[in-house]
Design a binder for this molecule. Structure first.
Ligand SMILES: [Zn+2]
Length: 263
């Protein structure tokens, strides 16, 4: 078996306020008062057969200082070009997770990864499609472009689309939110989008008001943490700043889990 390379593709750290605007801050900086500190890390899984992304990054949908060159440069560090991405799995259809699928670098919309199949929840796509006219103009144009030009594949609530990838509907953050799993021998990874977006989700029980169904989010989070701990999955935390890959080691009861960073 060839070597499996699993890497976060860091796009930056942002202070995200109630207006949902993304304001870039430094890695060490605190967010503005009342705002969340969120980093963005799509994940690359290169296993010799396929070059897979779990979520697609910001693209250029988030204002002046975001552009598609971030993900392109990050991939270049792994000697992978945009044409070599074979599959992109999307945990949920929020724009900070799908923005990287298309870009306007040349002044008009183009696919960022022209040869990739893009796998999304069929139910969530249907829902977004029905609401697309209510989106602000940029997002609406983006969505219609993706809808007509991407090689889209729809995922069911429980689906094994590739030999080493399976998905499961967990809901919570969005109605049809998916957990994404990469399983290849001893290599086990799980990505739960915004249900486990940061490491703070591991040892703090909270109901997040930004969730579609906060209770379900909590339930799914608890189940995924047990699975990660018992079966040795590496958790991929899309919004974590410093070590977005980590494992759960000791179970300290009420105090939660010991977290081991994966470098
Ligand atoms: Zn998110």
């Amino acid at each position: 078996m060839s070597k499996i390379n699993v890497s976060p593709l860091y796009e930056g750290t942002f202070s995200v306020g109630v207006d949902h605007d993304f304001n870039r801050i430094g890695r060490e900086d605190a967010p503005k008062k009342g705002a969340l500190k969120l980093s963005i890390n799509p994940f690359l899984i290169a296993d010799g057969h396929r070059n897979i992304l779990f979520d697609a990054g910001l693209g250029d949908l988030f204002g002046g200082d975001t552009s598609i060159s971030t993900i392109q440069e990050n991939l270049a560090e792994h000697s992978i070009s945009d044409y070599e991405i074979t599959d992109i799995f999307i945990s949920h259809l929020h724009f900070d997770h799908i923005g990287g699928l298309a870009n306007r670098e040349n002044g008009y919309w183009e696919l960022t990864f022209p040869d990739a199949k893009v796998w999304v929840s069929g139910n969530e796509w249907k829902k977004l499609h029905a609401e697309a006219d209510k989106l602000e103009e940029n997002h609406r144009d983006f969505f219609h472009f993706i809808d007509s030009k991407t090689d889209l594949e729809f995922l069911n609530d429980k689906h094994t689309p590739l030999p080493n990838v399976r998905v499961e509907k967990i809901g919570g953050h969005t109605e049809f939110h998916l957990a994404l799993f990469y399983e290849n021998g001893d290599h086990r990874y799980l990505m739960a989008g915004d249900v486990i977006g940061r490491r703070i989700a591991i040892n703090q029980n909270f109901m997040a008001k930004y969730d579609f169904d906060p209770k379900q989010s909590m339930k799914a989070r608890t189940e995924l943490k047990s699975l990660a701990y018992e079966k040795g999955y590496t958790i991929m935390a899309y919004h974590e700043t410093d070590y977005p890959l980590f494992k759960l080691k000791g179970d300290n009861g009420k105090k939660g889990f010991t977290i081991e960073n994966i470098k």
